[in-house]
Ligand binder design. Sequence first.
Ligand code: CMC
Length: 432
Amino acid sequence: MADTTKTATLTLDGKSYELPVHSPTAGPDVIDIRKLYGTAGVFTYDPGFTSTASCDSTITFIDGEEGVLLHRGYPIDQLAGKSHYLEVCYLLLYGELPTAAQLEKFETTITRHTMIHEQMHNFFRGFRRDAHPMATMVGVIGAMSAFYHDSTDISDPRQREIASHRLIAKMPTIAAMAYKYSIGQPFVYPRNDLDYAANFIHMCFSVPAEEYQVDPILSRAMDRIFTLHADHEQNASTSTVRLASSSGANPFACIAAGIACLWGPAHGGANQACLEMLKEIGTVDRIPEYIARAKDKNDPFRLMGFGHRVYKNMDPRATVMKESADEVLELLGVEDNPLLQVAKELEQIALNDPYFKEKKLFPNVDFYSGIILEAMGFPTSMFTPIFALSRTVGWISQWKEMLNDPQNKIGRPRQLYLGSTLRDYVDIEDRG
Ligand code: CMC
């Protein structure tokens, strides 16, 4: 916990209470209200956690006003430009960039854990063949706790490490298998001679009759998508993982909880929802109709892939993702694809519209990642699983940090109760 050098004073019913203030290494100070209920007998109220820090952390820093995202102090654009996903995984997990020897050892460990237990294949077959790959992933990742008993004891640091490596290594295999199952193709086993991203593309697009030749530009773009989604501070799914883990649940169960939370369209599901919206709009001339709907208070429609709780200037991940999208579209020669035309036009119209400007709604990472994945040939249902596999390292790093924190306690928010006060039970025959 950071040093307390300042205090805040709360005055309530004529009495004053001194509250410690902690200063972070970067970002706004936090008022420590942990003893507030004990001393003043009140709770704070912050639905949606818009002004609440739920933990201390040394992993990721975001300055939403300035559009800054740092992992362990390193800016996301430098990591996306100079590093690669497995190196970023090491950085997030262990706090420092690896030496060449450390990186080689880490990559070998991850590569050697990519296969899943053969018996786990039976789980996939239990799902309806048209199951959404996210549904399959929630189930199969949760089911890992039924297989890997040697890495569920969270009090053992070695078991925690093995669970971390297993999850990072097996996520792409499980995501690719969920996809293959949903399209009725045989599962494709991982290949150890390919890098992490190329291996994932191989498992998604190869078939026994024909090996898919992975273009290095595409595997680089895939790796960048993984890197840009690797961690994002205390977002909804990460907070879900932390809350699930605070009860002492095993890592596979906690990550399954994170995947479930990520699935929603306000979070990781936005990439699928965004592409579906672009398809629904269909042609450039229909964009104004959808912009009008997004502005209409009585219409629940929102422009998917726009807006962010924290970023109010620009999403720094989107800036890098946009460059990557241009590269991929050029390589694949699909710049004229009507869907992509709609995306480009929508981006321009929304960026110049007073409503979006005033509310500081910019295209977020999911707007451009969907465009890249669509161009690469992934169906929209695979967009969120790809986000989930990328974010696994962030979830795991935050989980690991939390378990090492001596202040770790079960998460137990309170509430502002607005229901009935005490009343007596009424027998059924006496109810009006
Ligand atoms: N289209 C139209 N209006 C919007 C949008 C949008 N996409 N997003 C926010 N607004 C309006 C909203 O109606 C509200 O207006 P008012 O103040 O008049 O009531 C104002 O902007 C603030 O919105 P909010 O819902 O209070 O903001 P929030 O911080 O609770 O929500 C968000 C953030 C990302 C859930 C929201 O912007 C949204 O639903 N965006 C679309 C979904 C999306 O793209 N999500 C991916 C986020 S990035 C990846 C990730 O983190 O998973």
